[in-house]
Design a binder for this molecule. Sequence first.
Ligand SMILES: CCCCCCCCCCCCCCCC(=O)SCCNC(=O)CCNC(=O)[C@H](O)C(C)(C)COP(=O)(O)OP(=O)(O)OC[C@H]1O[C@@H](n2cnc3c(N)ncnc32)[C@H](O)[C@@H]1OP(=O)(O)O
Length: 174
Amino acid sequence: MDEFRDTAGEPVGADIDTWVRSFTRKESDSSELPPHHPNCLGCGPENPNGHFLSVRRDGDGVIAHHHFDQRHVGAPGIAHGGAVATVMDDLFGFLLYSVGELAVTRRLELDYLTPVLLDNPYILRAAVRSREGRKLHLTSTMEDAGGRSVITATALFIVVEVEHFLKSQKNPRT
Ligand SMILES: CCCCCCCCCCCCCCCC(=O)SCCNC(=O)CCNC(=O)[C@H](O)C(C)(C)COP(=O)(O)OP(=O)(O)OC[C@H]1O[C@@H](n2cnc3c(N)ncnc32)[C@H](O)[C@@H]1OP(=O)(O)O
């Protein structure tokens, strides 16, 4: 079995099959959902450059409490828009535990309603709006502690087979 490799071609400790199987673990409704990968930029606990996003189920959707720090600065005191997009994209990825299928981002759209401040607590929520075949239409919000909406986002995720990830390896198994 091929090992899952990062973009530098280095093995990251698990093969694709093991990685995919890890998603089938049943989690209780209130439990924290597992990261997509130990080194995931959004939620991986072993990525020192990542966001360490921690996400739970919330009804049919997901919820996260999050803050950005100095590693994510754009303008002074304000989170970089790309860092915010990373987190929203990753949040959407947690909906897949409920969908129960693998999928990847095809389109991601954000409205930056007000600046996202560093070291400020935010509440992020995401849900599946609708599904048409392989197309998952997803929606999310980020609110500040006062309940003011600072970000709204939508995404189109496309359901894929495990082969999508195998083909993307440096040394694909075909
Ligand atoms: C088991 C439980 C798992 C749980 C947990 C799993 C975790 C699993 C990893 C998660 C990780 C998360 C982390 C964050 C999420 C990333 O970061 S994902 C990484 C970033 N995304 C990518 O790398 C994707 C790159 N893109 C691709 O590989 C390919 O474009 C795709 C997305 C696979 C789609 O390719 P394709 O299969 O050839 O699809 P295509 O026929 O072009 O389009 C499909 C449909 O969408 C439509 N469409 C395409 N673009 C658009 C558009 N912009 N607007 C409207 N419709 C569109 C097409 O018209 C078509 O419609 P139908 O004809 O089916 O009606």
